[in-house]
Ligand binder design. Structure first.
Ligand SMILES: [Zn+2]
Length: 340
């Protein structure tokens, strides 16, 4: 089959379009013909070099396609079915996995991170990862969903315990997690404040349901939040930016508020004033991907059209280096999807 692999870590030039042997599915696995695979910032981190990545390696976490072959032990799936692939890898039998907490499994990783991903024509995965999609969702839309929507759902619903009527600050309206989190917070009838670096992105954030937009280059986030909330602050902050916004995010919380973070795009080292943490009774929560149960839960809203993936543009597989450059340098709004 054709695939793009990396044989060394580095810039987009290390992505090599080449022939590799087809995967050999086990009897409990399903072979999927990949049609679309969306990019995430994780692809960039892995390409540049992450511990635990064995070379040569195939990137790509978010996959949609058609079932090509079904293993002897697999029930309920058949060749030709249109599906998406849950982007997580887990053992399936440890105490965490059987409790439904796959993202706490010791073997847990994201497809395309410590195991091969979907920047290729065929992939073999356990049947539990293969989820049929309705005709209303095309492959590009389906591939734009799993990682960002399960991440945002786990942050807001699983970790922060979002309740209707709350006020939620979502950083980065144009990011994958931001696009998902704005919509999920609105699904819960919350008031949503979002941030972006330019007016057109703020306008798109409002189209997704955000009530207020803050331009983080021209305005101080916490000051604007105080104005909008009558000095009170927000119940929940959805963080993934890291060092550049951390102080503003903490300052934006109301007393008893919850900050939940899933990333550190601008740097991992931040300060915390313990007096603010205890006196204002803040909760600072970490969040990593989500569980299979949460993925199925958020997908029901996607399949019903209550939550919508946002697509920016597509590239063919052999132009993956250009797609990576676009992801790293461009002002996109929504997902960049590879077509195979
Ligand atoms: Zn496990």
């Amino acid at each position: 089959m054709k695939a793009v692999r990396i044989h060394q870590f580095g810039g987009p030039e290390v992505l090599r379009y080449e022939d590799v042997s087809d995967p050999q599915p086990r009897k409990d696995q399903v072979m999927v013909r990949v049609r679309a695979c969306s990019l995430n910032h994780l692809d960039i981190w892995v390409r540049k070099g992450l511990a635990g990545v064995k070379l040569p390696h195939i990137l790509g976490s978010d996959i949609a396609g058609e079932v090509a072959e079904v293993g002897e032990y697999v029930k309920g799936l058949k060749a030709g079915q249109r599906v998406l692939i849950a982007p997580m890898h887990f053992c399936g039998h440890c105490a965490k996995c059987v409790a439904g907490l796959q993202n706490q499994c010791r073997e847990f990783t994201v497809l395309g991170n410590a195991v091969d991903g979907g920047n290729c024509e065929m992939i073999a995965v356990p049947s539990a990862n293969v989820i049929p999609i309705p005709d209303s969702l095309n492959f590009n839309q389906a591939a734009s969903v799993p990682l960002v929507f399960v991440t945002a759902w786990h942050m807001l619903v699983g970790r922060a315990g979002i309740r209707s009527g709350q006020t939620v600050l979502v950083l980065g309206a144009s990011s994958g997690v931001g696009i998902a989190a704005i919509q999920i917070a609105k699904l819960y009838h919350c008031r949503v404040i979002t941030t972006a670096g330019d007016e057109s992105k703020l306008a798109k954030g409002k189209e997704l349901g955000a009530n207020y937009g803050i331009n983080h280059y021209q305005q101080r986030i916490s000051e604007e939040v105080r104005k909008i909330t009558n000095q009170e602050g927000v119940d929940i902050v959805v963080e993934h930016v890291g060092a550049a916004t951390w102080d503003e995010s903490v300052k934006s919380l109301k007393t008893g508020g919850t900050l939940v973070t899933c990333g550190a795009t601008t740097g991992p080292n931040v300060g915390i004033d313990l007096r603010h943490l205890f006196a204002r009774q803040l909760s600072l929560l970490g969040s990593y991907m989500g569980t299979m149960g949460e993925l199925h839960e958020v997908l029901q809203h996607i399949f019903a059209g209550r939550l919508k993936p946002v697509l920016d543009r597509t590239f063919p597989l052999h132009e993956l280096p250009a797609a990576h450059e676009y992801l790293e340098t461009s002002q996109m709004f929504g997902k960049v999807v590879i077509n195979v």
